[in-house]
Design a protein around this ligand. Structure first.
Ligand code: 6PG
Length: 248
């Protein structure tokens, strides 16, 4: 499997590299398809990226009226909760750029997670104009990786990793004792671009396992981030030096 691996000096350099790629993806997608549809991730690493993108020098390079923002996953909390991925993206980016409200497609974390999953799946079908058996092709999916190898809310060894008949699923995360809502693997694998942002020494050991063998071997469900293999799109792993410290 072809993928690009880029090691940046630190978290800020990583955000800079990610912002460059975000802007390029927006330009290319708008030129090719008239709009840019991006799925955001939660977590601390992308927050630095979102703040950077909200600065004038970056913000002015993006056609926000042609940009549609979605999420890869959401926590089961109200929209103003400290853990809300929507709140984080709104405060660090969306409130500071001229994006039309109609272009923001959030997952309703305040609902029962099964209802939130169903509503979000309906929204994706509407926005992408999908027939029942079609998948949405995001222009860019931003992803993080937890120290346990999870990505979006696809956690190791969970049943959701085998779901193929849904775009969105509600999951019970045993170790966090909470529900979450997540895009499923088939959706992540048909994106035009999947971009992982991984920073911090606590990820180094897992990352070594995840990237072992260059992602060529089909694997078990221990490391869900390893299962994101775009079928025709590109796959890029952006790491900081601390996260990459144990790579061969
Ligand atoms: C979430 C995520 C999750 C995240 C990783 C990495 O909602 O928590 O989308 O998959 O990306 O846990 O998070 P950090 O960047 O904070 O390490």
């Amino acid at each position: 499997m072809n993928f690009e691996l880029i090691i940046c000096e630190d978290k800020n350099a990583l955000a800079h590299e990610a912002a460059t790629r975000f802007v390029a993806a927006a330009e290319e997608s708008i030129a090719a398809r008239g709009r840019f549809r991006v799925a955001l991730s939660g977590g601390s690493t992308p927050q630095v990226l979102y703040s950077l993108l909200s600065e004038p020098a970056w913000r002015e390079r993006i056609a926000w009226n042609k940009t549609h923002v979605f999420w890869g996953d959401e926590r089961n909390v109200p929209l103003d909760h400290a853990d809300s991925n929507y709140r984080m993206a709104r405060e660090s980016l969306l409130a500071k750029v001229p994006i039309p409200e109609a272009n923001v497609h959030r997952i309703k974390g305040e609902l029962e997670s099964t209802d939130a999953a169903r509503e979000y799946e309906d929204e994706l079908r509407r926005e992408f104009g999908l027939e029942s058996n079609q998948l949405p092709n995001f222009d860019l999916v931003l992803l993080g990786m937890g120290a346990d190898g999870h990505t979006a809310s696809l956690f190791p060894g969970t049943d959701v990793l085998r779901v193929t008949d849904k775009l969105v699923a509600s999951v019970w995360v045993e170790k966090l004792q909470t529900h979450r809502v997540t895009l499923t693997l088939p959706v992540l694998c048909v994106s035009h671009r999947a971009l992982f942002l991984v920073a911090g020494a606590d990820k180094a050991e897992t990352l070594r396992e995840v990237l072992a063998g260059g992602l060529d071997e089909p694997t078990d469900t221990r490391y869900p981030s390893q299962l994101v293999r775009p079928i025709t799109g590109s796959l890029v792993w952006l790491l900081d030096k601390a996260a990459a410290s144990l790579l061969p």
